[in-house]
Design a protein around this ligand. Structure first.
Ligand code: GLN
Length: 484
């Protein structure tokens, strides 16, 4: 049996029974990588196309999550700090940056006994994008169809899981960057509630929207990885001091009394007809499992994309101000300091980063601040109120994750507006701070995966896991793997 094909919980059983060792798992991944990574390109900076060492840290098995992921390999998106290991957000401006510390999620993974791979996954530069084409290392390819994108911005993490090049992966989601690539690659991906997972050590894109979350081959693994990384952290003032439940307790429960809202605004124009059929069937499946579904309204949905692109670019322009050639990564030398700043930023940032700095600076500038940024914040509150109202009566909301399956590489690269619309169903959850999961729910005729999104109440990841697991157990879409 090829160990790389197994899930974390299956591997944990084997490790406990001493039928395999962590070294066996690692060499199985190494073998797999040699076959597939040349085509997929999920990782960046791989020496000789091989995984480096596993990051061996002295065992620190003392936390709440001690030993939860013992011996299980996990790979990390390139925007999460790993001590002494290059972390460049796939941007030239961070070339050579080796953080002097580990992000809290890395520390937690070590506590859980996970084997953090010494290799980072590809992403859109600074997580700006929906396709992983905006990386200074070039695009990642979708394991289901190598001519297509894996989605983004955490496309490398999603593709690595889908291609069995890792067992688990960690990504970040600011407007859909975990859920959308999970949907495009046929894996499970979750954006936890804002504040559930510490952002300490996540290189910020938009601080009020960013959340770190898990990628996995099934819902059980997603629950394990979330449990390992979640929890209060004094190093992140926005992390919530709320106990972390045992998420595996939500597995295997029925969904008989679950009340599901189906937002009318999500099933209108723009959705691919095949996606619509597949998602409608998935909703029928949930009903047949005993959940009740009701049409609901999220009246401000049409404003989510414009509001997001004001708030997110405003925050990004401010967060990126620190990359000036002085403290981190690239420095393009010049005789005058001001020229050094200009040249470093001019050469270091890619086109999409520059576009966002311009948009964000404009929205925050004197004279436009009230008209754009302040107005966007007000509408953001209206969007959040829409969800609050629904969650008074319903346990969760079900929607497609993305209006289309994976598109071809290059198809939307020249059209930023078209690209921005890829996240139309995922963005509202970040604006409202609520959790969301994407779980595989079928395939198009071209054999491209489609994802079902389940959104929940703040800090109620349990209902998402419960609902997604009940659905997965009956459908097993995740058992179909790409033939690479
Ligand atoms: N695609 C969205 C954007 O480009 C979301 C990205 C993300 O979640 N990091 O901003």
């Amino acid at each position: 049996m090829d160990l790389h094909r197994l899930t974390a919980h299956e591997l944990s059983d084997r490790l406990k029974k001493k039928e395999a060792t962590p070294e066996d798992i690692f060499s199985s991944l190494q073998k797999r990588l040699a076959e597939t990574e040349g085509k997929v390109k999920a990782f960046v900076r791989l020496a000789d196309g091989r995984l480096g060492q596993i990051r061996r840290t002295p065992p620190q098995l003392h936390g709440r999550n001690a030993g939860l992921l013992s011996g299980i390999p996990v790979c990390i998106k390139d925007n999460i700090c790993t001590e002494g290991l290059a972390t460049e957000c796939c941007s030239r401006i961070l070339a050579g940056f080796k953080p002097p510390y580990d992000a809290t999620v890395i520390r937690r993974l070590h506590e859980a006994g996970a084997l953090v791979l010494d290799a980072k996954t590809n992403m859109d530069e600074f997580a700006f994008g929906s396709s992983t084409e905006n990386s200074c290392f070039g695009p990642t390819h979708n394991p289901w169809d190598l001519d297509r994108v894996p989605g983004g911005s955490s496309g490398g993490s999603a593709a690595a899981v889908a291609a069995d090049e890792t067992i688990l992966a960690v990504g970040s989601d600011t407007g859909g960057s975990i859920r959308q690539p999970a949907s495009f690659c046929g894996v499970v991906g979750m954006k936890p509630t804002y504040g559930r997972v510490s952002r300490y050590g996540l290189i910020a894109f938009a601080s009020s929207l960013d959340q770190i979350g898990p990628f996995a081959k099934d819902v059980h693994d997603c629950a394990l990885l979330l449990e390992a990384i979640a929890g209060h952290d004094p190093m992140d003032s926005t992390s919530a001091d709320i106990p972390v439940p045992d998420y595996t307790k939500s597995l295997g429960k029925d969904i008989k009394n679950i009340r599901i809202g189906i937002p009318r605004e999500y099933f209108v124009e723009g959705m691919d007809p095949e996606v619509k059929t597949i998602v409608t069937e998935a909703i029928e499946k949930l009903k047949s499992l005993g959940a009740s579904t009701h049409e609901v309204t999220l009246a401000h949905t049409q404003y989510a994309v414009p509001v997001y692109y004001i708030v997110a670019t405003a925050e990004a322009s401010s967060n990126l101000a620190r990359f000036d050639g002085v403290q981190y990564g690239l420095r393009v030398k010049a005789s005058r300091m001001i020229d050094m700043y200009k040249r470093t930023r001019g050469e270091g940032f890619g086109a999409e980063a520059k576009r966002r700095i311009l948009l964000g600076t404009f929205a925050l500038s004197h004279g436009y601040y009230d008209a754009y940024y302040l107005r966007a914040l007000k509408v953001r509150t209206l969007i959040k109120n829409d969800f609050d109202k629904i969650f008074k009566q319903f346990d969760c909301i079900v929607t497609p994750t993305s209006p289309t399956p994976a598109f071809t590489i290059g198809e939307r690269a020249q059209d930023p507006l078209q690209m921005y619309l890829s996240d139309i169903y995922t963005i509202s959850a970040n604006l409202a701070g609520i959790p969301g999961i994407s779980v595989p729910c079928g395939f198009t005729k071209k054999k491209l995966p489609v994802g079902l999104q389940i959104l929940g109440k703040p800090f109620d990841e349990e209902t998402l896991i419960r609902t997604a697991h009940a659905y997965e157990q009956k459908t097993r879409w995740n058992k179909t793997r790409p033939s690479l």
